[in-house]
Design a protein around this ligand. Structure first.
Ligand code: MN
Length: 138
C-alpha cells in the first residue's frame, strides 16, 4: 500500500527516472514552473541510489530504460523501507496498452501516458497528490 503525498500545493521534491532528454526537459520545465524541485536519474541504478539519498516526495518513472526496465525499478524501490510509501507514477507509452496494467502490478501508484501533454500534465500529477484520491490507487 502506497500512501498519497499530503498537502498538494506545497513545493515537492520529485525524482524523475528518464533516459530521454526531451521528456526530462519538458517535465522539468512544467514542474519547475510550479515551484517543484526535480532531480533526474538516467537509469535504474542511478534512480534507486538517488531515491535512497534524497527521499523524494514523488517518483516519476519512465518504463523503457536501459539495463533495468521501469517495472523492475518499481519493485526495487518498494523494497526500501524508507521509500515504501513514496508514490511512483509510471510514464507509459500510449501505444503500449499493456504497460499500464504491468506498471500497476509492479506497484506503481498510477500512470501518465506519453506523449506528455504540457496542458494537462500538472493536473495528472495532482490527482496523485490529493488526499481525496487515497484508497483509489495502490
Ligand atoms: Mn525511455
Amino acid at each position: 500500500m502506497i500512501a498519497m503525498v499530503e498537502g498538494a500545493g506545497k513545493s515537492l521534491r520529485i525524482l524523475y527516472i528518464e533516459d530521454n532528454d526531451q521528456n526530462y526537459y519538458l517535465v522539468h520545465f512544467i514542474l519547475g514552473a510550479k515551484g517543484h524541485e526535480v532531480r533526474r536519474a538516467r537509469d535504474g541504478m542511478e534512480g534507486i541510489s538517488l531515491a535512497t539519498a534524497v527521499k523524494p516526495d514523488l517518483i516519476l518513472l519512465d518504463i523503457q530504460l536501459p539495463v533495468m526496465d521501469g517495472y523492475a525499478i518499481a519493485r526495487e524501490l518498494q523494497k526500501k523501507p524508507e521509500l515504501a510509501k513514496t508514490p511512483i507514477i509510471a510514464l507509459t507509452s500510449y501505444a503500449m496498452a499493456g504497460d499500464r496494467e504491468k506498471a500497476l502490478a509492479a506497484g506503481c501508484t498510477g500512470y501518465i501516458e506519453k506523449p506528455i501533454n504540457p496542458k494537462t500534465f500538472m493536473l495528472q500529477i495532482e490527482q496523485y497528490l490529493q488526499p481525496s484520491t487515497q484508497g483509489e490507487n495502490k
